[in-house]
Design a protein. Structure first.
Length: 428
């Protein structure tokens, strides 16, 4: 008879060791979790009566040996000396359960654990095989498309280097006709890309109105408001402008906006709550241009929905612009559009173009969500670095190419195959 203790991080590993060490005839005496590992006591040629006599336990007493006792026997790898008293560790909460029933229950538990582990292992193997197969198929599709239409494959590669997402690259490529000249590898796709960018004219600087800038933290809303106000003041009269600071979240936000307002001779009205905003809007009713600076919020902020709902109560009087930074990643831009779209958006103001290493992410976001760009900013100068998007559509694309020339990103064939194979397959 041989009793042995096994300890490993999961049941599958433990049972494998039992089978390798003691063979298929091994008997599981106990199993339990110790911290983050599984302990199993197993035996071969197990004779419980012999164990009880060695422990000094009356064989007729139907009390189960607990895990601690069995583990001690397994660690000693020998039968302990006979004693005249029953050890305290023998008494367990299963003392009234027949040994045969306990062993049957343990066997069922082990079989269930084995089944779950085996099923999980099969699932992991199937997932790995599927991923491997998809990768290989993508590679074959990409190589086949590149061989059949090398010009189209080069166009897709160029769009990928700019940072255009696969779904948007599909839209651009579908707009192209036959590509049969080297000179068309850039000019044609860039023209098609520019045509895909949604833009909208705004009468903000002509007719005025009440406008609020909303968006994530750090996108430059306050600076953009200063540029709009300064541009309007140059064309009209500073007395026609009123600024409202609805940012009660950021320390010094109102003071920051006031510093800009003092330069052009405008007044700032603080409005930290929805009620205060309503009062401020009533006070500036006679102004031709009212600009509202809101607090920056993360799209994952739990209070964002309530704050947007509060702004939405004024949608009959206020027109909303979403400010997005050209330096943000594509996933963050998509998330921001989905969350801030809870209020009716007039359009988008794209900021920090001069700081972006790649413009494909912001271009893809605008096209994917059909969110029109209204204004673009590309520097800190007030108000020079503020442009109407409708007049800068092709310039926007040219900026993307300039970023490409400066950073010169390289995309390996594996990435191209995984991300852009469907684009090439659908249009090869």
């Amino acid at each position: 008879m041989k009793i042995k203790r096994y300890l490993d991080k999961d049941m599958r590993r433990v049972l494998r060791r039992v089978r390798e060490d003691q063979g298929p005839d091994a008997v599981i005496l106990s199993n339990r979790r110790i911290d983050d590992r599984i302990e199993v006591i197993a035996a071969i040629d197990y004779d419980e009566a012999l164990v009880r006599r060695a422990l000094g336990i009356d064989p007729d007493v139907k009390a189960a040996l607990d895990g601690d006792t069995l583990a001690k026997i397994a660690d000693d790898d020998a039968m302990p000396p006979r004693t005249d008293t029953v050890p305290d560790v023998v008494a367990t909460d299963l003392a009234v359960q027949p040994v045969a029933e306990q062993r049957a229950a343990q066997t069922i538990d082990v079989q269930e654990d084995i089944g779950r582990e085996a099923f999980r292992e099969v699932q992991e193997e199937i997932t790995s095989l599927r991923n491997l197969l998809e990768t290989q198929l993508s590679g074959l599709v990409w190589k086949d498309a590149a061989l059949r239409s090398p010009q189209r494959a080069q166009v897709i590669s160029n769009l990928a280097r700019i940072g255009i997402a696969p779904d948007v690259a599909t839209i651009v490529v579908n707009r192209l006709g036959p590509i049969d000249a080297v000179k068309s590898l850039w000019h044609g796709p860039l023209k098609a890309l520019a045509q895909c960018i949604p833009v909208r004219h705004s009468d903000l600087l002509d007719s005025g109105g009440i406008f609020a800038l909303i968006g994530p933290t750090g996108v430059g809303k306050t600076t953009t408001i200063a540029k709009i106000a300064a541009r309007y003041a140059l064309q009209h009269w500073h007395d026609d402008i009123a600024l409202i600071s609805a940012d009660a979240y950021r320390i010094g936000a109102c003071e920051h906006l006031t510093a800009f307002a003092n330069i052009i001779g405008a007044k700032v009205h603080p409005a930290g709550t929805s009620a205060e905003l309503a009062d401020a809007l009533d006070r500036v009713r006679g102004k031709r241009l009212v600009l509202i600076d809101t607090e920056g919020r993360s799209p994952r902020d739990r209070e964002l929905a309530d704050r947007l709902a509060a702004y939405g109560r004024h949608k009959d009087r206020v027109r909303f612009f979403l400010a997005l930074s050209a330096t943000a990643q594509e996933a963050g831009l998509d998330e921001a559009v989905r969350m801030f779209n809870r209020v009716p958006l007039e359009g988008c103001i794209v900021t920090k173009i001069d700081e972006a290493a790649q413009l494909g992410c912001i271009l893809s976001t605008l096209i994917r969500h059909d969110l029109p760009a209204v204004w673009l900013t590309d520097g800190q100068r007030i108000p020079e670095d503020f442009h109407a998007a409708e007049r800068k559509r092709l310039w926007f694309v040219n900026q993307a190419v300039e970023c490409l020339e400066m950073s010169n990103p390289q995309i390996d064939e594996t990435t191209m195959a995984e991300r852009y194979a469907p684009v090439s397959a659908g249009n090869a």
